[in-house]
Design a protein. Structure first.
Length: 166
């Protein structure tokens, strides 16, 4: 779900909301949200404070599941139509977190590297305005295990920047 206030300084862009979001009205109201908040070094009250943090999905409705049971990609017409006018209403943004490939790919465009891993490894290139992150889903636990540099290098810098903003 879209959340945010003109005073927000941090924007989190991720994929389309899941079924739980439609029930609760809160993005990242699950274990992936717990992991994301841990990476950011903040608790739920700050995370859901729209005056500080805006959350914008790439799609605004649940896209359904594929034959394997995974969520389908966000509907392709949503972000191109709505993100620009929404971002114009968030004039105080200083840092944008691109969470997962569905957010990374369209926002970075040609600046994206060959793979999500290569893009996230190059995280310093996108600073100071953007930080690229894998999706904090349980499906990426293997990725986190294979890429220990992420939590050793990127997460501490992310926490420092978030703490300075909020």
């Amino acid at each position: 779900m879209l959340r945010g206030h003109a005073s927000a300084r941090l924007l989190i862009v991720s994929q389309a909301p899941g079924t739980r979001v439609h029930v609760s009205g809160l993005s990242f109201n699950d274990r992936s949200g717990d992991r994301l908040r841990e990476w950011l070094g903040i608790g739920r009250p700050i995370f859901y404070d729209e005056r500080r943090i805006a959350i914008a999905p790439m799609g605004f409705c649940y896209p359904g599941r594929d034959a394997a049971g995974s969520d389908l990609p966000p509907r392709p017409e949503c972000a191109p139509r709505w993100h620009k006018p929404l971002l114009e209403r968030l004039p105080n943004l200083e840092l944008t977190l691109l969470v997962g490939s569905y957010a990374i790919d369209p926002y970075l465009g040609r600046r994206r590297k060959g793979s999500m891993t290569e893009t996230i490894k190059a995280w310093r290139e996108y600073l100071p305005r953007t930080v690229v992150l894998p999706h904090p889903s349980w499906r990426n636990l293997g990725w986190l295990t294979r890429n220990p540099w992420f939590e050793a290098e990127l997460v501490p810098e992310l926490r420092r920047r978030v703490r300075a903003l909020l």
